[in-house]
Structure formats: structure tokens, C-alpha cells
Ligand binder design. Sequence first.
Ligand code: GLN
Length: 581
Amino acid sequence: MEGDRLFRQVADRTDDTEFYTPVPEGYHIGRTKYVVVFGTVMSGLGKGIFAASLAKLLQDRGLKVAAIKLEGYLNVDSGTLNPYRHGEVFVLDDGMECDMDLGTYERMLDQDLTRDHFGTSGQILRAVLERERRGEYLGRDVQMIPHVTGEVKAKLRNLALKTGAEVVFVEIGGTAGDFENAYYSEAMRQLAYEEGPGNVCFVALTFILEPKILGEQKSKAAQLGIKRLLEMGIQPHIIACRAANPVTDKVREKISIYTNVPVARIFSMHDEPSIYLIPVRLRREHLDRQVVHLLDLVESVNARAEQEAIKVWDAFCEKIRHPKHEVTIAVTGKYTAVRDSYASLIKAVEHAAAALDARANIRWIDTTDVTDENVAEALAGADGVIVPGGFGTRGAEGKIACIRYARERFLPYLGLCYGLQLAVVEFARNVCGLERAHSAEVDADTPHPVIDLLPEQKKVVDFGATMRLGGKDVEVRPNTLAAKLFKGAKTARLRFRHRCEVNPDYVERLERGGMVFSGKVPGKPIMQILELPDHPYFIATQAHPEFTSRPLRPSPFFLGLMAAALGASAVGPFETEQAKV
Ligand code: GLN
């Protein structure tokens, strides 16, 4: 291909030409299709959800898709970000700590992603600076254009090459017009030019205001936002409008006039009770058909595969829309309007509930003030309890009180990472009689550090990417609840993000008390799953199974909790004497 030859040639000679675009070996310009999603007006509109929904629709049509998120910030990964500020830190199988949108892609597409699917300005600039040190730009002054933008394009092309995707979905973080993201937009403009007409589809996600004082939808902010894209040389092909209510034809027409986008390609993406219903609506409005035509993919779609995929997804959505049962799950987590900090957990609960034809209402319990005295009140009406992952001291004692209550009152319990560690602390104190037992993370002076730093963590000095991270195999002990949940499988692959573990010195003591360790690191005394046999459902894992739960393949831990909670909700909580284990 002519373009391909041109770019490869210029990539090799950088000092006597202005052209520069690194193209990975084996990549053919113009062969991969790209859909690039930009946000306008403001961030947090659900670009990831939109991009993932659209990618799913194309995947359902038999196309091979890959998604990548590009973040503007200078952090190399998301590991050191505060989830209350930026949403949950999602962990990939290869150990990459990344943005929560990667979780949305994994769930919607039922794909395991890798670090190739996540980029930050920190990574991009680091790569450019490393190249410069290696002398790869010899003779040239290294510039934002073309070198940094070249690195962005190289990242996308590398992903296309490695995954063999026919369509690569690119989500640009932040909002069009942000200073920190401007070079991404420029790189996308160049990409469209280089890959050629019909190969790159630009989508603008925007927001339609509906001020209460006016009582009608207003399109001005959307117009101005999209104008920022046009100023950067990016003409959207498709516009998706986020709004509380369906976007009126009048507003769509107005946007069309100002943006050169036909009304048929301006979509309403109003609120839905579940994000899993969004692909269904977008399909009904023919968004996927528009993209297939724009990118000239008509020949590549597989109608039979699509019918099958639609059937399966519609059945799942039907259960979400019309559940037969209802349960309440208490989650100890500070719910400060930042729902995003527990995004995967919320989804994992939803998947498990849907599989059992139920709707699960999550009740957030801020445990800062919870004690043994008032815990019954705090958990009243809950059919199950989850203590999710966490760090630090705040609320730890309240969480321990919740775990004690769940254990003694036979309320179904699921502990996730920190929730396993605190379950060990509770059991050590109240069953094994180890007074003041604690996690060394919370109480450095405890006489019984039943939870302690992993040996390899004691040497760690850097903060970023130094936890025990990513997917690991866990050996499941036969004839346990865990074995039952995993249907007899000998190993389960789970995802981790932690520094502490059950202190091996206390394992025997805990086992004597009746705690069963049903999952370990293969061949090592590192405990990964625990359970209590004399309890309807008390299980905890050092892992984060919420990261690997998928809509049609819920996590067994959550499924078990939901089944037990449904049982509890049907017969009421077990009011018995304290369990003697
Ligand atoms: N703070 C605990 C640890 O580092 C738990 C971590 C978590 O829950 N993700 O081990």
C-alpha cells in the first residue's frame, strides 16, 4: 500500500524529513478500522460505557474488536490514585493498575485486557524520553508533534497488530479542549489522515442540559463543546448525547445544524437503570449499522452470529428489567456520592443477582461509628454482608463488628481482600482468644499480628506498582465450600492487589479454632481463601473476584453470597445463640 511504504520509509530516516510516524513491523496502514470517542462539555459522562456498548454491538456482529483508554494525566498507571477522587483502580490480569473504564470493557466484551489497552501521558512521555536517550531520534529536536503524537499512534497500531482486531476503539480521557489531552486529539487527527478515508470514525459524546428553571433541554453547551473538536480538525461522524431524559428531535436538529452531522447519526444516550441495557437501545436506534457503513464493514459482519448474541443478551437484560426476587446486601464502604470507587463490586453484585433472577439493593454502611453495641441496628434488614477491599485504619473496628455479627448471627458474609484480613482478625480475637490481635497495617504494636506484610513487601521502597498485583492461580482445597463454588476445579484464577497476608505463624491456631483455609498459593502456605464450615455462607478471599465477574459469567463468590442471601431473605435471619466453633 502506498501510504504504508511512505510512512515506513520516513520512520527510518528522521533527520532529513519533517514526516515521522513510527509504524510497528508487520502493521499495514489502512487495514485496521478505528472508532475514536471524545468527551465534550464535561467528563464523567460515561464515554467508556458508550464506547464499550458500541464495541459490543460490533463484536456481536462477528467483528474482532479491541478497546484502549488514553488518559491525560502524568501518572504512569492508576495505582497511586485515590479511588474517591478518580474512581476505582482496576487491576488487569497482567498486573496493570488502570482506570475503571477498563473494567467496563472487560465486562461488556467478556475479554481479558492487558497493559497494551491502557495509556497515560506518563507512559507516552516516558517512552519518548527513553527513545531519545537511546538515540532513536538522532539529529532531531524531539517535539510534541510529530514525536509525541507519533508515540500515541504507535501505541494504537501496536494494539491493532497484537490483538489482530478489525476495529480498535479508542477512548480519549477527559474533555475536548483540555490542555493535557490536546496532543491526543492532534494524534487522532493525524491518524485519520494517515489511515485514510473510511478507516477512522470519530464519535463525540456530549451533554444536554435540562435546567429546572427552564424545564426544557438546551443544546448550547453541546454545540460549544463539539466546536472545540472542530477547531482541532476533528469532524465527528457520530454524536451521542447524554441526558437525563430522551433527547428531543428539536435538540438533535439544532446540534446537526451546528456540527455537520446528520440527525440520523445523533443519538440519545439517556439514563437507563442498568448500563447493560444501553447496547440494546443503541442497537434499536441502529448506531451499529451507521458505524458499519461509515467504516465500510458491511462485508465483514456475520448475521447468524449476531442473532445468537442478541438472544443471549436480551435474556440477560430481561432478568435485569423484571427480577422475581429482591435482596438487600450491606456493603461496608463509605458511600460519598462517588459510586465509582466501588464500580466493579456493584457490577459483580448485579451479575450474580441477575443470574438468580433477583435485584440486589446495596446498602452502604459507613463503619466509622459502628460498634458491637449498635451493629445490629446498622445491619438490620440486610440479607448479606460484604466487606470490600480497603487500606488503612479508618472504620476498621466497625468492619470487624459487622463481621462478628455476620458470623454469630449466620448472616451470609463475603470478604474481599481487606475483608478476608479483618475476618481473620475478628476470628483470632473472638474465637481463638488472641486478645488485641490485628493487622500489622492497622496496629503496628499488636501482640498478635495475624495479618502481616508479605515477606517480599518488606523490601519495597517505591510506591507505584509494587503491591502483589494481577492474576494468579489459586489452589482450591477439595470438599470445601470454595471447591463447590468452583464446581470442583482444582485451581481458580483470581486477581490480586495487596501488600499483606495471613501471617503463616498463626494459620495452625486459626485452623484449630475452626477456620478452614480452602485456597492457597499452589504449593505455598500463603492463604488465599478462607471459610467457616458451620455457617450457611461465610467465605472470604485475599483476591478481588469483583474484577473478574462478567455479566454472563458471574463470580462464584458473589453467586454463592446471593444464593445464601436469597435463602436468608426467604426465611429471615437465623436468630440463634452465638455459634460455638
Ligand atoms: N490493605 C490490605 C493490604 O494491602 C488490603 C488491600 C486491599 O483490600 N486491596 O493487604
